[in-house]
Design a protein around this ligand. Sequence first.
Ligand SMILES: Nc1ncnc2c1ncn2[C@@H]1O[C@H](COP(=O)(O)OP(=O)(O)OP(=O)(O)O)[C@@H](O)[C@H]1O
Length: 412
Amino acid sequence: MFVRRFSLRDFRSWDSLTLDLVPGTTVFLGSNGHGKTNILESLGYLSTLSSHRVSSDAPMIRNGSASAFAGATVVNSGRELTIDVELIEGKSNRARINQSPARRPREVLGILQSVMFAPEDLSLVRGDPGDRRRYLDELLTFRIPRMAAVRADYDKVLRQRSALLKTAGGALRRGSGSGENVLSTLEVWDGHLAAHGAQLLAGRLELVHDLAPHLAESYRSIAPESRPASMRYRSSFGTSLDPEFTDPTRIPGIDDVAYLEERFHHELSVMRTKEIDRGVCLVGPHRDDLELILGDSPAKGFASHGESWSFALSLRLAGFALLRTEGSDPVLLLDDVFAELDRRRRRALAAVAATAEQVIVTAAVPEDVPDELEAAKFGVEASETPEGRISRIVSKDWSATTDLSEGVENRD
Ligand SMILES: Nc1ncnc2c1ncn2[C@@H]1O[C@H](COP(=O)(O)OP(=O)(O)OP(=O)(O)O)[C@@H](O)[C@H]1O
């Protein structure tokens, strides 16, 4: 698939931009802090409804504006769909598909599939479990779009159940009669949590099973002199779950969801007193992790800086390879990453990028982009204006390269 056109309004440093793109590699070039990453972030947002840099939407709205807009026309096997999202300060976001309002923004998920590799990805290896869960869930949603609804339902039940756990703790400590009522309501929420959680968990386990060989292969090609890379899902269910279930080589079965739902229920009953004491939900997919292993050791806290980079890149390339084997052709978004890589890893990444239908790259200077990637180039420059610092596409002399910014308007 490829993005044929995209538009921004009041998105970070871009007050207004409409740009036509083509398949192949497109590079946005400019000095630090001029607005290149903001472009990739907006495409990533249209793809996943979240930013790779911030956990809330507010920072993406241009300073002084009440809302931001990002839209893209995506061509997938000859079929064109236009999606757009409006981020509104203090209100729910709005999304449209082919100009028609979507009932929920998450309906746009899956239309623009992308894999982004960015400096922030080091946190996949070194950061908190939440970063790795997000990595898994984004891929899962591309594979199985209905998983976006399962995740949303799970999060909703989790919030309600957590609030109830706090109430239950208070009521039982006071010895009030309402404690009994709260406990029976908790049973109902346990059922909902286990039902949604089991689906999410089964989806993640199947994903890890399918992803693991691609990870091993990607890491081998990037860092052949290093130890082998592997992954394993770590469940918060403890001994309630047969360890065989998290073995990435185990072939998922059709009864998995039912088994996991039953185990989830069981684990909730085991943890009941502890959960009420603490007032939080202690087990479930929201407490799980993806273990990344280098040789026989956990990559986190053990891998060198270079190995961690290779691991993070391999995770992204593994996701890209998996989606491609399943018939999808995600857009590859590479945020200023070539300058960070040594020659071997640059070549490995360039080789994969050359096979993608569309690659969008940011770089400070043309020399940062490997020669193997024939690229169309746009210059990006920000300047101070009465409305603040605003980014623009500018014409540059790239000498002997294709400068597409000639004639491009930063249109309304
Ligand atoms: N909400 C916002 N409103 C206005 N400007 C913003 C907002 N958020 C970020 N910016 C501006 O965007 C610019 C940073 O843009 P971006 O991160 O895209 O830079 P970049 O060109 O990718 O730089 P680097 O090469 O250093 O990564 C900064 O000037 C910052 O002040």
